[in-house]
Design a protein around this ligand. Structure first.
Ligand SMILES: [Zn+2]
Length: 408
């Protein structure tokens, strides 16, 4: 099958670098008309297209910054019909009792196949990690990472209670993660004991530093004690005076702070190069639920304010059909269709597209930043679409190209 081709497409202006910029026709929704050619899996030519408007929109293949492959599609056996955070946690712990390596690997592989088909090129997945768990699951997970590496970059985060990283099992797992390129994960969600949390965060940061590992935390995923977790984290880093790559996933309660407080925290985060993953779907679904009344007070990371403070913010999907979130299908267009209207983000604006395409590529340290330009991989999702309304449509038709080959 050929890995060369050509197409006449629309590309969002901020996702495309073209030499002949002056002759570019750009529509009112910031989509440029372009003729694109790729040879042997790489883009060889980009030319402005004149006189006619293409009937397809091209995006780079997507990057998912935050998912939970190990529990995806468990909703059927472990539903959380109360749909709140506490219910999700308790059903999740019930599921752990029946967990086997085989079941986890099956869920991961099903998720991976779907994600590739729907247009992802890279995914970071958290994997629940606890004392009684055998390390076998990690060996099998890294085998899958290798098996699918020609189609998708897969990153794993060991999502453990903070104190796990202060045990001999924690130290042993850190060595395995260091060998395979995994990431240390944890949860910092109030209510918590500040002193204890700071102590275990210090141990975790030092372990990461010793093994040259990154950290990705579920932090401040709450509607109480706004910013309690990030404040402890920032103070702990200052005390240790170390610098390691850190991702803060969720950070949803921050939105309840005053604008000046968000700006202050944002500035400190930017100085430390701490990145953020906003997760609107699970936050809006799980947090601040009231049984007898409808409230629209939903916490989610303050994306625009953090971006204004120069924090690199990505938008992720989080859970798929598990006790934490009953919907989703590893489809980037489902995530965009839900998130963009609810967050009031304009899809024709550069900073919106940055949080969906470019910031995620930086977060995962991918070789390609996702900009369509001469020499970039021919990794595309091409839609039957002429405007943004067609992108957020239930009858979406797509073609996925991987290294120039039509995948589906
Ligand atoms: Zn999560």
């Amino acid at each position: 099958m050929s890995n060369s081709g050509t197409a006449e497409v629309l590309i969002p202006r901020s996702l495309c670098l073209i030499e002949d910029f002056d002759n570019l026709i750009i529509d009112e929704e910031d989509l440029c008309s372009i003729s694109i050619t790729w040879e042997n899996g790489f883009v060889s030519e980009l030319k402005p297209l004149k006189n006619k408007k293409p009937k397809n929109i091209l995006f780079p293949r997507f990057v998912e910054t935050h998912s939970h492959f190990d529990k995806s599609f468990t909703w059927g056996d472990f539903p959380n019909l109360e749909s709140n955070y506490e219910g999700a946690l308790s059903v999740n712990l019930e599921e752990h009792k029946t967990r086997t390596t085989e079941k986890v690997i099956k869920r991961v592989e099903k998720s991976l196949i779907l994600a590739i088909k729907n247009g992802y090129r890279a995914i970071r997945s958290h994997i629940d990690t606890y004392q009684s768990q055998s390390f076998d699951v990690w060996i099998e997970l890294f085998k899958l990472q290798k098996k699918y590496s020609s189609k998708l970059t897969l990153q794993f985060v060991a999502l453990a209670p903070l104190e796990f990283w202060d045990t001999s099992n924690g130290e042993d797992l850190a060595k395995i993660l260091s060998f395979y390129g995994g990431i240390l994960g944890g949860v910092v969600v109030p209510p918590f004991n500040k002193k204890e949390t700071s102590k275990f965060l210090s141990k975790m940061l030092l372990l990461a530093s010793k093994h040259k590992l990154e950290i990705d935390l579920h932090i401040d995923e709450s509607s109480i004690q706004p910013g309690a977790g990030i404040n402890v984290l920032l103070k702990t880093i200052d005390k240790l005076k170390i610098s390691i790559p850190i991702t803060c996933s969720h950070l949803s309660s921050l939105i309840a702070l005053k604008e000046s407080e968000i700006a202050h925290i944002g500035k400190k985060m930017a100085e430390k190069n701490i990145k953020v993953v906003a997760l609107p779907l699970t936050n809006f679904w799980l947090l601040n639920r009231k049984k007898k009344s409808t409230s629209l007070k939903r916490p989610v990371a303050p994306i625009k304010q953090l971006q204004k403070s120069h924090v690199d913010v990505s938008i992720g999907s989080d859970n798929v059909q598990d006790p934490w979130y009953p919907f989703g299908n590893f489809d980037p267009f489902y995530m965009m269709s839900c998130s963009i209207p609810m967050l009031q983000l304009n899809p024709w604006e550069r900073m919106t597209l940055s949080s969906i395409f470019l910031a995620p590529s930086r977060l995962l340290n991918l070789k390609w930043d996702g900009l369509i330009e001469k020499g970039c991989p021919a990794d595309f999702v091409i839609l039957d679409a002429k405007r943004w309304a067609d992108v957020f449509s239930s009858t979406l038709k797509r073609k996925v190209f991987i290294k120039g080959h039509l995948h589906c």
